[in-house]
Design a protein around this ligand. Structure first.
Ligand code: SF4
Ligand code: SF4
Length: 473
C-alpha cells in the first residue's frame, strides 16, 4: 500500500545539519525480530480504528518539527501513522521503524493541526510502549536511557547534584568549557546536559501546607515535580504564594509525593509510569483536595491521563479517573477561580512561549495570556511560529542533541525577534532549552515562569527581580 503524497512545506535544514541517513526507503530494513513476528503484541497496540482516521491530507506536515527539519515522509505524523498501520498488518518492528518513532518529539502539534481529529497522542503512546517491550536497543542507547531513568524521575538524586553544580557555576569554568568545545568533542551528551543546566540559587524546602490568605476558596494539591523541584524551587515557591494569595489552601506534602510518571509515559515505560502514578494517588487521595495544580506542562498532560494509564488496575482505576478530573494547570485554576488578589503594575515587555504539552496536549493557550494581560503595565508580544517545538520535549534534547539544537536555534531567533525583555513559559524543560539556545545565539533575555510573573505583581515587587533571572552565559 502506498500513501498519497501531498506537497509539504519546504524543509529547513541548517548547513551541516543532521539530515538522517534513513528514510522511507529503508522502512522495511533489517528486522529486529524473528520472521513472522508482527510489530505489536496484544497488549494495547495502537488502535486500528484510530490509525484509520488518518486520511493522509498532509495538513499536519508544516507543524511537525521533524518534517520541517528533514522533509522526510516517515519523519512526519502521516508517515509514522503509516508505519503503525504496517505494524498492525503484520510487518515486524524494524530498527528503522523504531528510529522514526524515536525521532518524534511527542510535541502533539500534529494533534491540534489535524482537521480529521486523529488522536496521534494515543497512537504514539501505545506504540512507544510496544517499542520498549519488544525492541532491543543497542548497548549505547540502553546505557544512556538507563542512566537518564535512574536519575531524572528522582528529585532526591537530582538534588544531590545541586551542590557540585553550584560550585561549578561559581567558577569561571562553564564559560571556558563551552568556548573550548572540548567537552562537546569528548562527551557530547554530557556537554548537552551541561549547557542546559540552569543557574542555581539557594533552595528552601517546600512546606507541608500553605494556608489560604483570607477566606478559603479551595483546597488544592500541588505537584513539586522532579526537575522543577530540584532545579527551579523558586517556581514552586511562587506557585504556592500565588495560589494562597488567591484564596487556596495548598497541600504540598513534599516528602511523600514523587515523580508523576510523565517522562516514563512519554518514553513507553508503562509499568514504571503506573508505579509513580499510584504513589501520587496514595499521597493525595485522602487530602480532601478540590484541584490538583501543576506548573509543569509535561507533567500536567500526563496527570490528566491517569484514568487511562491505570484503566487496567482494578484497585486504582476509579480513583485515577476521579483524580485526573481534578488536575489543572496553574493558569487554568486561577482563571476558573477568578482573581481576588490585587495586581500591582509590572512595566515589562513579555514574550509568552507556548509549551507544547500545555498548548497542544492540554489546549491551554488563552488562560496564561489572559493572566499576563491583566497585569497593569505588562505588554505581551507573540512569538512567530508558536506551534513549532523548541526542541526540549522531555529528554528528547538529550537523546537527539543535534536536531534539538537546530530547533532551539530557530526558537531563539523568533524569541529574540520580539524585542521583549522577558520570556515567560510554563515548563522547566522549555526554560532550560530556550535559555541555552539564546546563550548560543549570543542573545540576552530574562526568563521566568508564569507563576513568578504573577507572584511579582501580586507582591508589588516590580520587574527588577524578574529581569535579573538570566541564562548562564
Ligand atoms: S494526521 Fe490528520 S492532518 Fe495529518 S495527514 Fe492524517 S488526517 Fe491529515
Ligand atoms: S508529535 Fe510532534 S514530532 Fe511527533 S509527529 Fe506529531 S508534530 Fe511531529
Amino acid at each position: 500500500m502506498s500513501i498519497p503524497q501531498q506537497p509539504g512545506p519546504t524543509p529547513v535544514t541548517s548547513p551541516g545539519g543532521s539530515r538522517p541517513a534513513s528514510g522511507p526507503r529503508d522502512v522495511l530494513g533489517a528486522a529486529a525480530q524473528p520472521p513472522g513476528a508482527g510489530a505489536f503484541d496484544e497488549h494495547h497496540p495502537p488502535p486500528a480504528e484510530l490509525v484509520g482516521d488518518c486520511v493522509h491530507c498532509g495538513f499536519c506536515l508544516p507543524t511537525c518539527p521533524t518534517y520541517v527539519l528533514w522533509g522526510e515522509e516517515m519523519d512526519s505524523p502521516r508517515g509514522r501513522i503509516y508505519l503503525m498501520k504496517q505494524g498492525l498488518e503484520g510487518e515486524p518492528l524494524t530498527d528503522s521503524m523504531v528510529t522514526h518513532y524515536d525521532r518524534c518529539l511527542g510535541c502533539m502539534s500534529c494533534v491540534t493541526a489535524c482537521p480529521s481529529g486523529v488522536q496521534y497522542d494515543r497512537l504514539i503512546e501505545a506504540t512507544r510502549q510496544q517499542v520498549e517491550r519488544r525492541h532491543r536497543r543497542n548497548p549505547r542507547e540502553r546505557a544512556l536511557r538507563a542512566a537518564i531513568f535512574a536519575l531524572f524521575p528522582y528529585r532526591r538524586r537530582l538534588r544531590l547534584l545541586r551542590g557540585p553544580l553550584r560550585a561549578y557555576q561559581a567558577t569561571g569554568l562553564p564559560r571556558l568549557v563551552r568556548r573550548s568545545g572540548l567537552l562537546r568533542r569528548l562527551a557530547p551528551t554530557l556537554a548537552t546536559v551541561e549547557s542546559l543546566a540552569p543557574r542555581l540559587g539557594r533552595a528552601a524546602r517546600p512546606p507541608q501546607r500553605v494556608p489560604a490568605a483570607g477566606a478559603r476558596r479551595a483546597v488544592v494539591g500541588m505537584l513539586t515535580g522532579c526537575v522543577q523541584g530540584a532545579f527551579f524551587p523558586e517556581v514552586n515557591a511562587a506557585t504556592a504564594r500565588v495560589l494562597a494569595a488567591e484564596g487556596c489552601e495548598v497541600v504540598i506534602l513534599p516528602d511523600r509525593q514523587g515523580c508523576c510518571g510523565a517522562l516514563s509515559v512519554h518514553n513507553g515505560r508503562e509499568e514504571e509510569a503506573r508505579r509513580f502514578a499510584r504513589r501520587i494517588l496514595d499521597t493525595f487521595a485522602a487530602a480532601g483536595i478540590d484541584y490538583f495544580v501543576v506548573n509543569a506542562a509535561g507533567c500536567g498532560s500526563t496527570l490528566k491521563e491517569y484514568g487511562d494509564l491505570l484503566r487496567d488496575d482494578p484497585r486504582y482505576a476509579a480513583l485515577a479517573a476521579d483524580f485526573a478530573g481534578r488536575v489543572r494547570d496553574l493558569s487554568e485554576v486561577l482563571v476558573e477561580l477568578g482573581p481576588v488578589a490585587t495586581r500591582h503594575p509590572l512595566p515589562v515587555t513579555v514574550a509568552y512561549h507556548d509549551a507544547c504539552h500545555l498548548a497542544h496536549a492540554q489546549g491551554v493557550r488563552a488562560q496564561p495570556r489572559r493572566l499576563l494581560h491583566d497585569i497593569p503595565g505588562l505588554q505581551l508580544r507573540e512569538i512567530a511560529d508558536p506551534e513549532i517545538c523548541c526542541g526540549s520535549a522531555g529528554i528528547w534534547n538529550i537523546l537527539h542533541p543535534g536536531p534539538a539544537a537546530e530547533l532551539g536555534d530557530r526558537k531563539a531567533r523568533t524569541v529574540l525577534a520580539t524585542g521583549a525583555a522577558l520570556l515567560v513559559t510554563a515548563n522547566p524543560g522549555c526554560l532550560m532549552q530556550v535559555a541555552a539556545s539564546v546563550t548560543r545565539a549570543g542573545g540576552d533575555i530574562a526568563l521566568a515562569h508564569t507563576a513568578q510573573v504573577l507572584d511579582a505583581s501580586i507582591r508589588g515587587r516590580g520587574a527588577e527581580e524578574l529581569l535579573h533571572q538570566r541564562a548562564p552565559s
